[in-house]
Every structure is written in C-alpha cells, then in structure tokens.
Design a protein around this ligand. Structure first.
Ligand code: COA
Length: 163
C-alpha cells in the first residue's frame, strides 16, 4: 500500500512546542510527515533555512517517520514533486481561519488532488508564535515550556551575536 504522507510546511523561525505538538499528533494519522521549511519567505528571518532544518532534524532525530526538507517556490509544486497529496496545518484561533482557507483553496486550485488537513492547536499552545518567542528571547524573558532547550540555546547564541 502507498504511504500516507503529509507535508507540514512553515517558516519555523524558530520551531516551537506548538509546531512539535501538531507533528506528534499528526504521526497518529499519517505514516510519514515531511516538515517543509520555507526557504524563500517574505518574513525577515533570524535563522537561515539550513539552521531551521538543522534544528528540526535534531528535535526529531529519534522519529523515523519524520523527514525534514527545505523548499523554494510554490508549496503546492513541492508537495506534488515528492508525490504527497496532503498538507497538514495547525489552526490556533479563529484569526488563522481566513488565511488558512485562502491558502487551502489556492493550493487546491493549483492541484485539485491536493487536500489540506487541519488540526486544532492545543489550547495551552494557541497563543504562541515564532515572533513572540523571538521577542521574549530578545528582551531576556524565560522561554521554558515554549521551545525545546536546543532551540533556546541556538536562539540565545544568535541573539548575542546580533547585538
Ligand atoms: N503553534 C504555535 N505557533 C504556530 C503554530 C502552532 N501549531 N503554527 C504556526 N504557528 C506560528 C508560526 O510560528 C508563525 O509565527 P510567526 O508569524 O511569528 O513567524 C505563525 O504562527 C504563522 O505560521 P504559518 O501560518 O505556518 O506561517 P509560516 O510563515 O510559518 O508558513 C507558509 C507559511 C510557508 C506555509 C506559506 O507562506 C507558503 O506556503 N509559502 C510558500 C509559497 C506559496 O506556495 N505561496 C502560496 C500559498 S497558497
């Protein structure tokens, strides 16, 4: 039987427990999850795509069914190129809904066989975002419970170099 692969895309600048939670729960539904790190993004990122891929690979090093890659250009083209048919997305609050609907419909217009599957982010993680974490880090706040220790270390190193 062909593998049921889902692509979980994002910028992951940096990855948080919010992303990790969606991936871990996604593994209960899909055979394999490919974390697709957006290489070119409109966002002003702190970490390079290579650094973001490295962090995610380290986080999921014991999970055989999780792959990490970076992609450039249209997400839908990338998903088709690796012969997947599902995009996995997390929904945090209703604020995410409009943007997600637009993306899911646009991706479907590009490739009608592509499906987007949504998972609700767990309540205690629903106020997280990578920008919020970077801001707390910059201002010297505690990031315990928001990002893994290895990400926190990388964030502190990066922020101290950029001072
Ligand atoms: N828990 C906590 N935070 C979460 C989360 C979760 N489960 N899921 C997402 N977030 C946060 C992210 O960290 C991000 O924070 P930030 O805005 O401060 O960086 C924010 O929510 C938005 O996340 P997301 O909606 O996943 O945006 P993104 O920038 O990470 O990813 C792409 C968007 C890369 C998937 C999208 O832009 C894309 O597909 N780009 C490729 C080009 C393309 O195909 N464009 C046409 C699309 S139709």
């Amino acid at each position: 039987m062909p593998k049921n692969i889902a692509v979980y895309p994002g910028t992951f600048d940096p990855p948080t427990f919010g992303h990790i939670n969606i991936i871990e729960r996604g593994l209960k539904v899909f055979d394999e999850i490919v974390i697709a790190v957006a290489g070119d993004t409109m966002k002003d990122t702190l970490f390079t795509p290579e650094e973001r891929v490295e962090m995610l690979k380290e986080i999921f090093k014991d999970k055989e069914r999780v792959k990490v890659e970076s992609f450039k250009g249209l997400l839908a083209n990338y998903v088709m190129s690796i012969k997947a048919k599902v995009i996995l997305r997390g929904l945090r609050t209703v604020i995410d809904f409009e943007y997600e609907l637009q993306m899911a419909l646009a991706n479907k217009k590009l490739y009608p066989e592509l499906e987007t599957v949504f998972m609700m982010t767990e309540e205690y993680l629903s106020y997280f975002s990578s920008s919020l974490i970077k801001e707390i880090g910059k201002l010297g706040g505690r990031l315990t419970g928001m990002i893994p220790a290895l990400v926190e270390k990388r964030l502190h190193d990066k922020l101290s170099k950029s001072k």
